[in-house]
Design a protein around this ligand. Structure first.
Ligand SMILES: O=C(O)C(=O)C[C@H](O)[C@@H](O)CO
Length: 260
């Protein structure tokens, strides 16, 4: 019995255009609600959201079998963090702030058991192996791991072709907010120069035969990103969707009360 099939990896390899949202509420109940919405994937954010290994594990558990594929974004490229995320059952990782091919190669190797990589062996304790219920997990896990790297700085964009040449990287995600900041346009992800850089990056990623990811809220730019080849499209953030809906309702009620 082999490791679970990573359907997201398969779908991205088939160049399907897949949509998902960021999960930043860091709560399994909220994740379970999001899993009913019909997205192709849900990203559990361990970089900016108040997630830890237990909350990520709980969200993986409630998303399992509900339809969307879970993606886990880690705080950084620390091999120990990658090991723990894979052991709790994440099969698709998004690693932020990748700036050169060497960093990409090290991240890739951290996701693979030897001899392909350096992932430590702890499958006896791991949710990933069904707590050792999957006898062939160790010898089949490598093939089911999907690694998507975030390029979100001028240095990363300059090294993009070298990063894309690293064998085993499934995709590259352009981070518009951090790229804007590094380009000198802090808080201006929609600046024309930032948008041009994002679109150029997406085209280069797809030309290299990799999945091209981006998180875009603006519908017009989302269409441009799709046209540029983006096929791993983040289209919303649960935190902002929730906050905006509450504020809008409060404002509408306030106006109604004010009108009495
Ligand atoms: O830089 C970016 O843009 C991203 O990496 C996406 C954001 O980090 C996401 O957390 C929303 O702000």
């Amino acid at each position: 019995m082999p490791a679970p099939i990573n359907t997201l990896k398969q779908r991205l390899a088939r160049e399907e255009v897949l949509h998902g949202i960021w999960l930043g509420l860091a709560d399994p109940y909220a994740a379970e609600i999001a899993a009913t919405a019909g997205f192709d994937w849900l990203l559990i954010d361990g970089e900016h959201a108040p997630n830890d290994i237990r909350s990520i594990s709980a969200q993986l558990a409630v998303i399992a079998g509900k339809g969307p594929a879970p993606v886990v974004r880690l705080r950084n490229d620390d091999p120990a963090g990658i090991k723990q995320a894979l052991d709790i059952g994440a099969q698709t990782l998004l690693i932020p702030m990748i700036e050169d091919a060497g960093q990409a190669e090290r991240a890739l190797r951290a996701t693979r058991y030897p001899p392909e990589g350096i992932r430590g062996v702890g499958s006896a304790l791991a949710r990933a192996s069904g707590f050792a219920a999957i006898p062939d997990y160790l010898t089949t896990a490598n093939d089911q791991i999907s690694l998507i790297l975030q390029v979100e700085s001028r240095a990363g964009m300059a090294a993009l072709d070298d990063i894309l040449a690293v064998e085993g990287v499934d995709g590259v995600f352009i981070g518009p907010s951090d790229l804007a900041a590094d380009m000198g346009f802090l808080g201006q992800a929609g600046h024309p120069e930032v948008k041009a850089a994002v679109l150029d990056g997406l085209r280069r990623i797809r030309a290299a035969g990799r999945a091209a990811g981006v998180l875009v809220i603006d519908p017009a730019f989302l269409a441009e990103c799709r046209a540029a080849g983006a096929n791993f499209l983040g289209v919303g953030i649960d935190v902002t969707l929730y906050a905006q809906a509450l504020r809008r309702l409060a404002s509408e009620v306030g106006r109604q009360i004010g009108a009495i």
